[in-house]
Design a protein around this ligand. Structure first.
Ligand SMILES: CC(C)(COP(=O)(O)OP(=O)(O)OC[C@H]1O[C@@H](n2cnc3c(N)ncnc32)[C@H](O)[C@@H]1OP(=O)(O)O)[C@@H](O)C(=O)NCCC(=O)NCCS
Length: 186
C-alpha cells in the first residue's frame, strides 16, 4: 500500500465491491482505442468480483504480478489501476508497467502520481532493478506519462505485443534504479 498527496494505491479487497461495481458499470463509452467502456451487469456480480480478488491474490502470492487500485485519498473514489506485470527475477529483475485511469478523471495528473508511487514500490519494496512500459507509438498521452515518469525511450520493438488481435510494434520506455536514485517521489 502507498499513499501519495492525493491517492491511495492498494490491491482491491472485498469491501470495495460496491465501489468497484458502480465504477465499472458507469464508465464512459471508450474515448480512444486504448480505453474501455462500461462493463455489463453480468460481469459485475459479487461472484465475479470474488474470483478476480482470488486471481489477483494468487498472482501476488507467486510474486509475479501486482494490481493496484488507484483510490482518491479523500473520498475513496476508484480512479483507475496500475499494474506491475510478469515480474522476472534472476538476472533481469524487471517488471512491465501498465496503467489506466478512467476517462472522467483524465488530465489531472493521476496517472503520473499513481505510477510514481508504484515505481517506488517496485524499486524499494520489491527490490526490482528495471521497469518497462511498452506503448503504441500513436498513444501520445501514454508516451507523455512515461516521459513525465522519467522513463527513457529505448526504441521501437517490432511486433512485440498482440493487441486487439494484431501484433503491434511498441515503443519501449524503461528506467532502472540507477535512473531513479536521488529522485524524490511526488
Ligand atoms: C494514458 C492515461 C493513463 C493517462 O492518464 P491521466 O491521469 O490523464 O494522465 P496525467 O494526467 O498524469 O497526464 C500526463 C500528461 O498527459 C496529458 N494528458 C492527459 N490526458 C490528455 C488528453 N486526453 N489529451 C492531451 N493530453 C492529455 C496531461 O495534461 C499531462 O501532461 P501535462 O503535465 O503536460 O499537463 C489515460 O489516458 C488512460 O487510461 N488511457 C487509456 C489506457 C491507456 O492508454 N493506458 C496506457 C497504455 S500503454
Amino acid at each position: 500500500m502507498r499513499k501519495t498527496k492525493r491517492l491511495i494505491l492498494r490491491p482491491l479487497e472485498l469491501s470495495d465491491y460496491e465501489n468497484w461495481r458502480q465504477t465499472y458499470s458507469m464508465l464512459a463509452s471508450p474515448q480512444n482505442e486504448w480505453d474501455e467502456g462500461p462493463w455489463k451487469d453480468s460481469e459485475l456480480t459479487l461472484a465475479k468480483f470474488k474470483a478476480l480478488l482470488k486471481t489477483e491474490k494468487s498472482w501476488r502470492a507467486l510474486e509475479k504480478f501486482y494490481v493496484y487500485g488507484v483510490f482518491d485519498r479523500n473520498d475513496g473514489v476508484l480512479l483507475g489501476e496500475v499494474r506491475l506485470m510478469d515480474i522476472s527475477r534472476g538476472i533481469f529483475q524487471n517488471a512491465y508497467l501498465g496503467y489506466r485511469i478512467f476517462s472522467h478523471f483524465w488530465g489531472q495528473g493521476y496517472a503520473t502520481e499513481a505510477c510514481r508511487a508504484v515505481i517506488d514500490i517496485a524499486f524499494k519494496d520489491l527490490k526490482l532493478h528495471r521497469i518497462e512500459a511498452a506503448i503504441e507509438p500513436h498513444n501520445k498521452v501514454s508516451i507523455k506519462v512515461a516521459k513525465k515518469l522519467g522513463l527513457r525511450k529505448e526504441g521501437l520493438s517490432s511486433r512485440r505485443l498482440q493487441v486487439r488481435g494484431k501484433w503491434k510494434d511498441m515503443l519501449v520506455y524503461a528506467g532502472t534504479t540507477e535512473d531513479f536514485k536521488g529522485r524524490s517521489k511526488k
